[in-house]
Design a protein around this ligand. Structure first.
Ligand SMILES: C[S@@+](CC[C@H](N)C(=O)[O-])C[C@H]1O[C@@H](n2cnc3c(N)ncnc32)[C@H](O)[C@@H]1O
Length: 202
């Protein structure tokens, strides 16, 4: 799918993301992850700003997304929770920052969408300060044979409908990127992974 089409798909989903009331479990996962954010934060593929209410005080967030509709929802949420945030309308796969720019890098539910997720993961490592943290909540292929078979069957359809793959092997991507995991949790037949990581040495 070309990028313009993928952006239109997410633009069309923005209103729904903005209205969505998330369940208690997802809210707890976001809180547990975001609790560890500090300093200069980069949030990739911020969507409608679902993480914003969970940031501790004192952070400065740079939030990026390629959907202008998502960013406009995220701006409203940031204003509502008085979060100090700047917004960049950009394709993260083409984005560059100097190495070691951020204390914390956050990505939730975004690695399903990139054309080359490993390349983005490697960028995260470069952009994060050596003592900084990379906080991820990502979904991908389950380790359960029945669930993963269904995921593989539905993947082409879901990618066309919502612009997001359901077959990414998140633990393997993280391993290949060279990040160092300090804590991890897997949920829902190991489809959802919460990862607290350090960039590791290059
Ligand atoms: C499934 S939503 C997740 C939003 C948010 N992170 C959350 O946890 O609710 C995926 C988001 O990634 C954005 N996105 C996908 N691919 C992108 C890319 N290559 N560059 C920038 N944003 C991207 C979409 O516009 C959308 O807002």
């Amino acid at each position: 799918m070309d990028k313009a089409k993928q952006i239109r798909l997410f633009d069309r989903q923005a209103a729904q993301y903005g209205r969505r009331k998330e369940g208690q479990t997802l809210r707890r996962w976001r809180r547990d992850l975001l609790n560890h954010a500090n300093g200069e934060v980069l949030e990739l593929a911020v969507g409608a700003g679902a993480n914003f209410p969970y940031y501790p005080g004192g952070v400065k967030v740079t939030a990026a997304d390629f959907s202008s509709e998502m960013l406009s929802k995220a701006r409203e949420v940031a204003a509502g929770c008085r979060l100090d945030a700047d917004f960049i309308l950009t394709d993260i796969e083409g984005l560059e920052f100097p190495d070691r720019s951020f204390d914390t890098i956050v990505s939730t539910l975004s690695f399903c969408s990139y054309e080359n997720p490993l390349r983005v993961m490697k960028k995260l490592r470069r952009w994060c300060k050596p003592e900084g943290s990379i906080l991820l909540m990502e979904h991908g292929i389950s380790s359960n044979a029945i669930v993963s078979t269904v995921q593989r069957m539905l993947d082409p359809l879901l990618f066309r409908a919502i612009g997001c793959h359901h077959t990414r092997n998140i633990p393997e991507l993280v391993r290949q990127s060279g990040m160092v995991i300090t804590r991890s949790e897997s949920h829902m037949f190991k489809m959802v992974h919460l990862l607290w990581a350090k960039p590791g040495t290059s």
